[in-house]
Design a binder for this molecule. Structure first.
Ligand SMILES: *[C@@H]1O[C@H](CO)[C@@H](O)[C@H](O)[C@H]1NC(C)=O
Length: 286
């Protein structure tokens, strides 16, 4: 028996005893804020079973000797987000963000088998609602969250600013608060209990992305986005200049026309007199 055949038999033997099952990748798609459960398909873990969850190449959760442990990536994207079921090994990611998109893999090892399951998770960004207003008008951002009463915090952010521009934190009462250090929106924001944000006396610099987050206890975070465009009011300086040029041109043309007409009618009058004179002189001898 050759070495190759021996190896082949050995591999068969190893596979037979320590089976490696790899399922097809399970694809999951959800909206930001929604939780996702990645399941091991195991009903009850045995004492010696080892469960290891990976996100890309990072180990994020393990169960060894019935002892569940949670880890995080270097950028801390899983802080307070993970939950592992110590009976089944199922992993839950709560309050998901788009940064949780990627490939997750679980390796379950028992005395005889190693099982792999893979999940391709896509967390979708909410599509921004477009709001377009003319400079000086009010822009009203209406998130229309039906169960907004259930949430404790209503939090509006603008572009990449980390401090909310407007917020209601029901734990501190019902009154909205606005970023006091903010110069741009000073005295121009109004947030109400429905989460509607009104920007009064808009400026073109108010154009941009407005992000709402509503947070509650025992309820998934909700996210909404608004893309606001504030258009310049009335006519631009360029078009005013163009209109002035046209009006002046038109006036010149009209004045020119009347001057010419007058000149011609004067000349015409002279000619008429000449003719009459000639007629007179020719009739004289009669
Ligand atoms: C080990 O895992 C395999 C695959 O999930 C399963 O079929 C088998 O019953 C398990 N063995 C024990 C002893 O739990």
């Amino acid at each position: 028996m050759g070495i190759a055949n021996l190896m082949f038999l050995l591999i068969l033997f190893v596979n037979g005893v320590f089976g490696v099952d790899t399922d097809a990748v399970k694809t999951l798609e959800l909206m930001e804020g929604e939780p996702v459960i990645l399941d091991t398909c195991i009903t009850k873990l045995q004492k010696d079973d080892v469960v290891e969850w990976k996100f890309g190449s990072n180990v994020i959760a393990t169960i060894k000797a019935n002892n569940p442990l949670l880890y995080d990536t270097a950028d801390a994207r899983f802080t307070d987000k993970l939950q592992i079921n110590d009976q089944t090994g199922d992993l839950t990611i709560r309050n998901t963000r788009t940064t949780h998109s990627g490939l997750y893999e679980v390796k379950i090892t028992n005395i005889t088998h190693t099982t792999h399951r893979r999940f391709s998770v896509t967390v979708l960004d909410p599509i921004p609602t477009k709001v377009s207003v003319t400079e000086g008008d009010s822009a009203i951002l209406k998130p229309n969250i039906g169960d907004i009463d259930m949430y404790d915090v209503i939090d509006w952010k603008f572009e990449d600013r980390s401090t909310p521009i407007a917020q209601i934190n029901k734990q501190n009462g019902k009154n909205p608060s606005y970023d006091e250090t903010d110069e741009q929106f000073r005295d121009r924001l109004h947030l109400d209990q429905t989460g509607f944000l009104t920007i009064t006396n808009t400026k073109t610099t108010d154009s941009g992305l407005y992000k709402l987050q509503v947070i509650g206890t025992n309820i998934a975070i909700k996210h909404r986005k608004f893309r606001v465009t504030v258009n310049e009011s009335g006519l631009s300086t360029g078009s005013i200049f163009l209109i002035c040029v046209c009006v002046i041109g038109l006036i010149l043309a009209v004045v020119g026309f009347f001057i010419c007409k007058r000149r011609r009618s004067q000349q015409g009058g002279d000619k008429g007199n000449e003719v009459q004179d000639r007629l007179k002189s020719s009739s004289e001898p009669l």
